[in-house]
Design a protein around this ligand. Structure first.
Ligand SMILES: [Ca+2]
Ligand SMILES: [Ca+2]
Length: 376
Protein backbone atom coordinates (compact mmCIF):
# COMPACT_ATOMS: atom_id res chain seq x y z
CA UNK A 1 0.00 0.00 0.00
CA UNK A 2 2.80 2.39 0.84
CA UNK A 3 4.04 2.04 -2.70
CA UNK A 4 0.71 3.07 -4.12
CA UNK A 5 0.74 6.11 -1.92
CA UNK A 6 4.20 7.04 -3.10
CA UNK A 7 3.24 6.73 -6.74
CA UNK A 8 0.27 8.96 -6.21
CA UNK A 9 2.21 11.46 -4.19
CA UNK A 10 5.11 12.19 -6.39
CA UNK A 11 5.41 10.46 -9.62
CA UNK A 12 2.98 12.01 -12.02
CA UNK A 13 4.90 15.23 -11.85
CA UNK A 14 8.10 13.43 -12.77
CA UNK A 15 6.48 11.50 -15.60
CA UNK A 16 5.03 14.58 -17.16
CA UNK A 17 8.33 16.31 -16.89
CA UNK A 18 10.16 13.50 -18.73
CA UNK A 19 7.69 13.28 -21.54
CA UNK A 20 7.64 17.00 -22.06
CA UNK A 21 11.42 17.08 -22.15
CA UNK A 22 11.40 14.35 -24.72
CA UNK A 23 8.88 15.95 -26.99
CA UNK A 24 10.18 19.46 -26.61
CA UNK A 25 13.65 18.25 -27.47
CA UNK A 26 15.13 19.79 -24.37
CA UNK A 27 18.10 17.74 -23.40
CA UNK A 28 18.70 16.73 -19.86
CA UNK A 29 21.70 18.17 -18.12
CA UNK A 30 24.31 16.18 -16.26
CA UNK A 31 22.66 14.32 -13.44
CA UNK A 32 25.58 12.57 -11.90
CA UNK A 33 27.84 15.57 -11.94
CA UNK A 34 25.75 17.95 -9.85
CA UNK A 35 28.26 18.05 -7.03
CA UNK A 36 31.14 19.26 -9.12
CA UNK A 37 32.03 22.48 -7.33
CA UNK A 38 35.11 21.35 -5.44
CA UNK A 39 36.01 18.26 -7.41
CA UNK A 40 39.46 17.54 -8.72
CA UNK A 41 39.69 16.73 -12.43
CA UNK A 42 40.17 13.07 -11.54
CA UNK A 43 37.12 13.02 -9.30
CA UNK A 44 35.09 14.81 -11.91
CA UNK A 45 36.10 12.27 -14.56
CA UNK A 46 35.19 9.46 -12.20
CA UNK A 47 31.83 11.01 -11.42
CA UNK A 48 31.15 11.35 -15.12
CA UNK A 49 32.02 7.72 -15.78
CA UNK A 50 29.92 6.72 -12.80
CA UNK A 51 26.79 7.62 -14.65
CA UNK A 52 24.33 5.74 -12.50
CA UNK A 53 21.58 8.02 -13.60
CA UNK A 54 22.36 7.51 -17.27
CA UNK A 55 23.16 3.82 -17.47
CA UNK A 56 19.56 2.89 -17.64
CA UNK A 57 17.27 4.79 -19.91
CA UNK A 58 17.28 8.02 -18.02
CA UNK A 59 14.99 10.70 -19.33
CA UNK A 60 12.36 8.44 -20.83
CA UNK A 61 8.67 8.85 -20.08
CA UNK A 62 7.41 6.76 -17.23
CA UNK A 63 3.93 5.52 -16.55
CA UNK A 64 3.16 5.23 -12.90
CA UNK A 65 -0.51 5.76 -13.71
CA UNK A 66 -0.65 2.50 -15.62
CA UNK A 67 0.94 0.70 -12.71
CA UNK A 68 -2.02 1.48 -10.52
CA UNK A 69 -4.17 -0.61 -12.84
CA UNK A 70 -1.91 -3.57 -12.45
CA UNK A 71 -3.17 -6.71 -14.09
CA UNK A 72 -3.99 -9.38 -11.55
CA UNK A 73 -1.74 -12.33 -12.04
CA UNK A 74 -2.40 -15.69 -10.44
CA UNK A 75 0.42 -17.93 -9.35
CA UNK A 76 0.80 -20.96 -11.60
CA UNK A 77 1.46 -23.20 -8.62
CA UNK A 78 4.86 -24.13 -10.01
CA UNK A 79 7.41 -25.20 -7.42
CA UNK A 80 10.14 -26.75 -9.54
CA UNK A 81 13.75 -25.70 -9.48
CA UNK A 82 14.67 -26.49 -13.07
CA UNK A 83 17.26 -24.04 -14.34
CA UNK A 84 17.84 -22.80 -10.79
CA UNK A 85 20.82 -23.29 -8.49
CA UNK A 86 20.86 -23.51 -4.74
CA UNK A 87 22.75 -20.62 -3.20
CA UNK A 88 23.95 -21.57 0.26
CA UNK A 89 23.29 -18.98 2.92
CA UNK A 90 26.21 -17.20 4.47
CA UNK A 91 27.86 -14.04 5.68
CA UNK A 92 29.61 -11.63 3.34
CA UNK A 93 30.92 -8.11 2.91
CA UNK A 94 28.30 -6.13 1.04
CA UNK A 95 28.84 -2.85 -0.83
CA UNK A 96 31.84 -1.03 -2.25
CA UNK A 97 33.98 1.89 -1.14
CA UNK A 98 34.14 3.13 -4.72
CA UNK A 99 30.55 4.40 -4.90
CA UNK A 100 28.94 6.84 -2.46
CA UNK A 101 25.66 4.93 -2.34
CA UNK A 102 27.42 1.58 -1.78
CA UNK A 103 29.17 2.72 1.40
CA UNK A 104 30.01 1.54 3.90
CA UNK A 105 31.18 -1.98 3.25
CA UNK A 106 29.21 -3.90 5.84
CA UNK A 107 28.71 -7.46 7.02
CA UNK A 108 25.46 -9.07 5.97
CA UNK A 109 24.05 -12.54 6.52
CA UNK A 110 21.58 -14.09 4.09
CA UNK A 111 19.68 -17.35 4.30
CA UNK A 112 20.02 -19.90 1.53
CA UNK A 113 17.75 -19.66 -1.54
CA UNK A 114 17.27 -20.92 -5.08
CA UNK A 115 18.18 -18.58 -7.92
CA UNK A 116 17.56 -18.68 -11.67
CA UNK A 117 20.76 -19.72 -13.40
CA UNK A 118 20.24 -17.13 -16.07
CA UNK A 119 18.28 -13.98 -16.82
CA UNK A 120 14.63 -14.67 -17.72
CA UNK A 121 14.49 -15.30 -21.47
CA UNK A 122 12.01 -14.26 -24.15
CA UNK A 123 10.85 -17.90 -24.41
CA UNK A 124 10.13 -18.00 -20.67
CA UNK A 125 8.35 -14.66 -20.69
CA UNK A 126 6.30 -15.74 -23.70
CA UNK A 127 5.05 -18.77 -21.76
CA UNK A 128 3.98 -16.46 -18.93
CA UNK A 129 2.12 -14.13 -21.30
CA UNK A 130 0.44 -17.06 -23.07
CA UNK A 131 -0.77 -18.41 -19.73
CA UNK A 132 -1.97 -15.12 -18.23
CA UNK A 133 -2.64 -12.71 -21.13
CA UNK A 134 -0.48 -10.27 -19.21
CA UNK A 135 0.12 -6.92 -20.90
CA UNK A 136 3.40 -5.25 -19.98
CA UNK A 137 3.57 -1.61 -18.94
CA UNK A 138 5.34 -0.67 -22.20
CA UNK A 139 2.37 -2.02 -24.18
CA UNK A 140 -0.31 -0.17 -22.22
CA UNK A 141 -1.86 3.09 -23.35
CA UNK A 142 -0.68 6.23 -21.61
CA UNK A 143 -3.40 8.13 -19.79
CA UNK A 144 -3.63 11.73 -21.11
CA UNK A 145 -4.57 12.84 -17.58
CA UNK A 146 -1.07 11.92 -16.48
CA UNK A 147 0.48 14.05 -19.24
CA UNK A 148 -1.70 17.13 -19.63
CA UNK A 149 0.91 19.08 -21.57
CA UNK A 150 1.72 16.43 -24.15
CA UNK A 151 -0.37 16.22 -27.35
CA UNK A 152 -2.65 13.15 -27.24
CA UNK A 153 -1.29 11.80 -30.54
CA UNK A 154 2.18 11.62 -28.98
CA UNK A 155 1.00 9.47 -26.09
CA UNK A 156 1.73 6.13 -27.68
CA UNK A 157 2.91 2.96 -25.97
CA UNK A 158 6.61 2.35 -26.37
CA UNK A 159 9.90 2.04 -24.57
CA UNK A 160 13.47 3.26 -24.51
CA UNK A 161 15.84 1.80 -27.10
CA UNK A 162 19.60 2.29 -27.19
CA UNK A 163 20.19 4.07 -30.49
CA UNK A 164 23.88 4.86 -30.88
CA UNK A 165 24.70 8.09 -32.69
CA UNK A 166 27.12 8.13 -35.65
CA UNK A 167 29.48 10.58 -34.05
CA UNK A 168 31.04 11.30 -30.69
CA UNK A 169 28.58 13.04 -28.36
CA UNK A 170 28.75 14.57 -24.93
CA UNK A 171 28.34 11.91 -22.28
CA UNK A 172 26.22 14.34 -20.32
CA UNK A 173 23.26 14.01 -22.65
CA UNK A 174 21.68 10.55 -22.41
CA UNK A 175 18.99 11.46 -24.93
CA UNK A 176 21.75 11.41 -27.56
CA UNK A 177 21.69 7.60 -27.36
CA UNK A 178 18.33 6.76 -25.78
CA UNK A 179 15.25 7.07 -27.95
CA UNK A 180 11.66 6.58 -26.91
CA UNK A 181 10.50 4.23 -29.68
CA UNK A 182 6.78 3.86 -30.32
CA UNK A 183 5.76 0.23 -30.25
CA UNK A 184 8.95 -1.00 -28.60
CA UNK A 185 8.15 -3.70 -26.06
CA UNK A 186 9.37 -7.14 -25.03
CA UNK A 187 7.83 -8.59 -28.23
CA UNK A 188 9.30 -5.85 -30.40
CA UNK A 189 12.64 -5.01 -28.78
CA UNK A 190 13.73 -2.39 -31.33
CA UNK A 191 10.26 -1.16 -32.33
CA UNK A 192 7.25 -2.41 -34.28
CA UNK A 193 9.30 -3.86 -37.15
CA UNK A 194 11.40 -6.07 -34.87
CA UNK A 195 10.39 -9.41 -33.38
CA UNK A 196 11.74 -11.94 -30.90
CA UNK A 197 11.76 -14.70 -33.49
CA UNK A 198 15.16 -16.32 -33.30
CA UNK A 199 15.78 -14.45 -30.05
CA UNK A 200 14.03 -16.96 -27.78
CA UNK A 201 17.17 -17.53 -25.74
CA UNK A 202 17.97 -13.86 -25.25
CA UNK A 203 16.97 -12.11 -22.03
CA UNK A 204 13.56 -10.47 -22.08
CA UNK A 205 13.86 -6.67 -22.05
CA UNK A 206 11.56 -3.64 -21.80
CA UNK A 207 10.16 -5.03 -18.56
CA UNK A 208 9.21 -2.67 -15.76
CA UNK A 209 9.42 -3.62 -12.09
CA UNK A 210 5.75 -4.54 -12.11
CA UNK A 211 6.19 -6.79 -15.15
CA UNK A 212 9.11 -8.58 -13.52
CA UNK A 213 7.23 -9.00 -10.24
CA UNK A 214 4.15 -10.30 -12.07
CA UNK A 215 6.23 -12.91 -13.89
CA UNK A 216 7.87 -13.94 -10.63
CA UNK A 217 4.50 -14.35 -8.93
CA UNK A 218 3.18 -16.49 -11.78
CA UNK A 219 6.31 -18.64 -11.70
CA UNK A 220 5.94 -19.20 -7.95
CA UNK A 221 9.09 -17.21 -7.39
CA UNK A 222 10.01 -13.67 -6.37
CA UNK A 223 12.61 -11.06 -7.26
CA UNK A 224 15.86 -11.33 -5.30
CA UNK A 225 16.67 -8.91 -2.53
CA UNK A 226 19.66 -6.75 -3.27
CA UNK A 227 21.63 -8.63 -0.60
CA UNK A 228 20.73 -12.01 -2.08
CA UNK A 229 21.72 -10.78 -5.51
CA UNK A 230 25.13 -9.53 -4.38
CA UNK A 231 25.85 -12.60 -2.25
CA UNK A 232 25.06 -14.81 -5.24
CA UNK A 233 27.13 -12.67 -7.61
CA UNK A 234 30.21 -12.95 -5.39
CA UNK A 235 30.02 -16.70 -5.85
CA UNK A 236 31.55 -17.35 -2.44
CA UNK A 237 34.76 -15.59 -3.50
CA UNK A 238 34.41 -12.51 -1.32
CA UNK A 239 34.44 -8.86 -2.21
CA UNK A 240 36.55 -8.28 -5.32
CA UNK A 241 36.82 -5.55 -7.96
CA UNK A 242 34.65 -7.43 -10.42
CA UNK A 243 32.40 -10.31 -9.52
CA UNK A 244 34.64 -12.56 -11.60
CA UNK A 245 37.89 -11.41 -9.94
CA UNK A 246 40.27 -8.47 -9.72
CA UNK A 247 41.37 -8.46 -13.35
CA UNK A 248 39.25 -6.88 -16.07
CA UNK A 249 40.26 -9.51 -18.66
CA UNK A 250 41.51 -12.63 -16.95
CA UNK A 251 43.79 -14.51 -19.36
CA UNK A 252 43.19 -11.76 -21.93
CA UNK A 253 39.54 -12.76 -22.35
CA UNK A 254 36.33 -10.83 -21.88
CA UNK A 255 34.12 -12.92 -19.66
CA UNK A 256 31.00 -10.79 -19.48
CA UNK A 257 28.94 -8.93 -22.05
CA UNK A 258 29.85 -5.30 -21.44
CA UNK A 259 30.91 -2.46 -23.76
CA UNK A 260 34.28 -2.05 -25.47
CA UNK A 261 35.28 0.96 -27.51
CA UNK A 262 34.31 4.59 -27.37
CA UNK A 263 30.86 5.02 -25.87
CA UNK A 264 28.31 5.38 -27.35
CA UNK A 265 29.27 5.61 -31.03
CA UNK A 266 32.07 3.06 -31.54
CA UNK A 267 31.15 -0.33 -30.18
CA UNK A 268 34.23 -2.50 -30.70
CA UNK A 269 32.26 -5.57 -29.50
CA UNK A 270 35.49 -7.36 -28.54
CA UNK A 271 33.41 -9.68 -26.38
CA UNK A 272 31.49 -10.77 -29.47
CA UNK A 273 28.27 -8.88 -28.83
CA UNK A 274 27.21 -5.36 -29.74
CA UNK A 275 23.86 -5.77 -27.99
CA UNK A 276 22.43 -8.34 -25.63
CA UNK A 277 23.74 -11.89 -25.86
CA UNK A 278 21.90 -15.20 -25.55
CA UNK A 279 21.91 -16.20 -21.88
CA UNK A 280 24.83 -18.42 -20.85
CA UNK A 281 27.13 -17.10 -23.57
CA UNK A 282 29.82 -16.39 -20.96
CA UNK A 283 31.25 -18.59 -18.20
CA UNK A 284 29.20 -19.29 -15.07
CA UNK A 285 30.32 -18.13 -11.64
CA UNK A 286 31.27 -20.66 -8.91
CA UNK A 287 27.59 -21.08 -7.96
CA UNK A 288 26.65 -21.85 -11.57
CA UNK A 289 25.06 -18.45 -12.27
CA UNK A 290 25.44 -16.79 -15.67
CA UNK A 291 25.65 -13.12 -16.65
CA UNK A 292 25.41 -11.70 -13.15
CA UNK A 293 27.81 -9.13 -14.57
CA UNK A 294 26.60 -7.37 -17.69
CA UNK A 295 24.24 -8.40 -20.49
CA UNK A 296 21.09 -6.85 -18.93
CA UNK A 297 20.53 -5.01 -15.67
CA UNK A 298 18.42 -7.04 -13.25
CA UNK A 299 15.60 -5.76 -11.06
CA UNK A 300 15.80 -6.47 -7.34
CA UNK A 301 12.88 -6.29 -4.94
CA UNK A 302 14.37 -3.52 -2.75
CA UNK A 303 13.37 0.11 -2.97
CA UNK A 304 16.36 2.40 -3.61
CA UNK A 305 17.84 4.90 -1.18
CA UNK A 306 21.48 6.05 -1.45
CA UNK A 307 21.86 6.06 2.35
CA UNK A 308 20.36 2.63 3.02
CA UNK A 309 23.62 0.85 3.88
CA UNK A 310 24.33 3.19 6.79
CA UNK A 311 21.72 1.49 8.95
CA UNK A 312 20.49 -1.56 7.07
CA UNK A 313 19.68 -4.76 9.00
CA UNK A 314 22.57 -7.21 9.33
CA UNK A 315 20.44 -10.24 8.53
CA UNK A 316 18.41 -10.69 5.36
CA UNK A 317 17.97 -6.97 4.59
CA UNK A 318 14.97 -6.29 2.36
CA UNK A 319 15.48 -2.64 1.50
CA UNK A 320 14.21 0.61 2.98
CA UNK A 321 10.55 1.43 3.63
CA UNK A 322 10.55 4.21 1.07
CA UNK A 323 12.50 5.25 -1.98
CA UNK A 324 14.55 8.37 -2.55
CA UNK A 325 16.92 9.36 -5.32
CA UNK A 326 18.41 12.86 -4.99
CA UNK A 327 18.84 12.91 -8.80
CA UNK A 328 15.07 12.63 -9.21
CA UNK A 329 13.24 13.38 -5.98
CA UNK A 330 9.66 12.18 -6.26
CA UNK A 331 10.36 9.23 -8.55
CA UNK A 332 9.84 5.82 -7.00
CA UNK A 333 12.88 3.69 -7.72
CA UNK A 334 13.89 0.12 -7.15
CA UNK A 335 17.38 -1.30 -7.11
CA UNK A 336 18.87 -2.86 -10.23
CA UNK A 337 22.11 -4.82 -10.25
CA UNK A 338 24.93 -6.01 -12.44
CA UNK A 339 25.15 -3.49 -15.27
CA UNK A 340 24.49 -4.21 -18.92
CA UNK A 341 26.06 -4.54 -22.36
CA UNK A 342 26.42 -0.75 -22.26
CA UNK A 343 28.78 -0.64 -19.26
CA UNK A 344 32.50 0.04 -19.44
CA UNK A 345 35.19 1.80 -17.45
CA UNK A 346 34.64 4.85 -19.63
CA UNK A 347 30.98 5.17 -18.88
CA UNK A 348 28.43 3.52 -16.63
CA UNK A 349 30.97 1.76 -14.45
CA UNK A 350 28.32 0.19 -12.27
CA UNK A 351 28.98 -3.28 -13.53
CA UNK A 352 31.74 -3.40 -10.90
CA UNK A 353 31.21 -5.55 -7.82
CA UNK A 354 29.23 -3.99 -5.01
CA UNK A 355 27.89 -1.10 -7.08
CA UNK A 356 24.20 -0.36 -7.25
CA UNK A 357 21.83 0.67 -10.02
CA UNK A 358 18.39 2.15 -9.72
CA UNK A 359 15.38 2.43 -11.96
CA UNK A 360 12.04 4.20 -12.01
CA UNK A 361 9.29 1.75 -11.20
CA UNK A 362 7.31 2.00 -14.45
CA UNK A 363 10.21 2.30 -16.89
CA UNK A 364 11.87 -0.31 -19.03
CA UNK A 365 14.54 -0.27 -21.72
CA UNK A 366 16.36 -2.67 -24.00
CA UNK A 367 19.18 -3.22 -21.52
CA UNK A 368 17.04 -4.10 -18.51
CA UNK A 369 15.73 -7.52 -17.51
CA UNK A 370 15.58 -9.69 -14.38
CA UNK A 371 15.93 -13.14 -12.86
CA UNK A 372 14.00 -14.73 -10.00
CA UNK A 373 14.66 -16.56 -6.75
CA UNK A 374 12.68 -18.94 -4.57
CA UNK A 375 12.93 -19.59 -0.84
CA UNK A 376 14.72 -22.78 0.07
CA1 LIG B 1 29.44 -6.41 -25.65
CA1 LIG C 1 22.87 -9.49 -15.93
Amino acid sequence: MKHLKLWKAGNNRVCRCFLQLLFCGIFLAAFAGCNSQNQSAEEAAKAKADSAAHCVAKGMPSRSGAIRKAALVTASGATGTDDMVLIPGGTFQMGSDEFPDSRPLHTVKVDGFWMDKHEVTNAEFARFVAATNYVTVAERPLNPKDYPDVPADKLVPGSAVFTPPNQQVSLENPLAWWQYVAGASWKHPSGTQSTIQGRENLPVVHVSYEDAAAYAKWAGKRLPTEAEWEFAAQGGKGNRKYYWGDELKPGGKWIANIYQGNFPNQNAKEDGFAGIAPVQSFPANPYGLYDMDGNVWEWCQDLYRPDYYRNSPKENPKGPADSFDPDEPGAVKYVQRGGSFLCSDQYCIRYKAGSRGKGEVSSGSDNLGFRCVRNQ
